[in-house]
Design a binder for this molecule. Structure first.
Ligand code: CUA
Length: 328
């Protein structure tokens, strides 16, 4: 058995483990996913049928009318009106039908229901951040089950593309512009978010989760996320914020390298800077590095961190600083 058919068999086997998935599509998990799949499968089937029809006829004709000794070529008939009308009209009708079905689906995917719950999505190198109506920011998209959710997408730097294969939605996040997408998840569960537009070194790490909460649980999650700073000591809240705000995408806390320098054991120590200078890591340095990351970039790293100015509260900065102090 060759490697291609082995691969195909493996994908079939792997896909079979998730209910409702096929060998080329993940299990549909939004209200519109079924329609997208149906049209995709219909177009693929039509294309396959025409491929077989045309390739078979071509092979047949090549064989049947091949040059043979004693059989001189006959002049080809120049015209067959009924045949030409048929092979023009039938494909035309098929593509008109495909357009109509596709256009209807396009409109549905672009028209969120009036009562949709709104979440702001921000793409930046290299993470997604989700802002909820009460001001909570999280690295994952939490949504209530069976509720239409409207996403308003924007980008802090370059073009990213918000892609949730299970929901069959993909929309660009463009700097200086807002784009929109929506979905409704009928079942609780977890799904992967990808970035589908190459945006630099860690493009492939630019993932997040969609967590579809069962009835009632979403509000509980939102409330508990909102009073993070009231519920726990600053250092503990800082540890949570470090994950929620996506800091850990670039900064490790165990001494390993990353897009940005590790934060393990830096507090109180001197850092060599990119411009050859030196800086002692204290509260002021950390605060400046969060609000104006390009001011003092550590040697060996690129100035790629986006600013958090206007997007983080003072109390949150204090909590993050307290957390960094614990990373001895
Ligand atoms: Cu963001 Cu690719």
């Amino acid at each position: 058995m060759n490697s291609a058919s082995l691969f195909l068999l493996r994908s079939l086997g792997a896909a079979g483990s998730v209910e409702g998935s096929s060998f080329w599509l993940p299990a549909p998990a939004s209200t519109l996913a079924g329609k997208v799949d149906w049209l995709f499968n219909a177009i693929s089937l039509i294309a396959l049928l025409f491929l077989l029809l045309i390739a078979t006829l071509m092979g047949l004709f090549v064989w049947r009318y091949r040059a043979r000794p004693g059989r001189p070529a006959e002049p080809a008939p120049s015209h067959n009106t009924p045949l030409e009308i048929a092979w023009s009209a039938i494909p035309l009708a098929i593509v008109c039908w495909i357009f109509w079905e596709g256009f209807q689906g396009f409109l549905e995917l672009h028209t969120p229901p009036q009562n949709a719950y709104e979440v702001l999505v921000s793409g930046q190198k290299w993470k997604w951040l989700f802002t909820y109506p009460n001001g909570v920011v999280d690295e994952n998209l939490h949504v209530p089950v069976s509720t239409p959710v409207r996403l308003v997408l924007s980008s802090e730097d370059v073009i990213h593309s918000f892609f949730v294969p299970d929901f069959r939605i993909k929309r660009d996040a463009v700097p200086g512009r807002f784009t929109k997408a929506w979905f409704e998840a009928p079942r609780p569960g977890e799904h992967r978010v990808y970035c589908a537009e190459y945006c630099g070194t860690s493009h492939s790490d630019m993932t997040a989760k969609v967590i579809v909460h069962p009835e009632g649980e979403f509000q509980r999650w939102l409330d508990s996320a909102a009073d993070l700073l009231d519920r726990m000591p600053p250092a503990e809240a800082g540890a949570k914020l470090f994950v929620q705000r996506g800091c850990k995408q670039c900064h490790s806390v165990d001494g390993t390298g990353g897009i940005g320098p590790t934060l393990k054991g830096i507090f109180g120590h001197e850092q060599v800077l990119r411009d050859g200078g030196r800086a002692r890591v204290d509260e002021d340095y950390l605060r400046e590095s969060i609000l104006d990351p390009q001011a003092k970039v550590v040697a060996g790293y690129d100035p790629v961190m986006p600013t958090f100015k206007g997007r983080i509260k003072d109390r949150e900065i204090v909590a993050l600083i307290e957390y960094v102090k614990t990373l001895r």
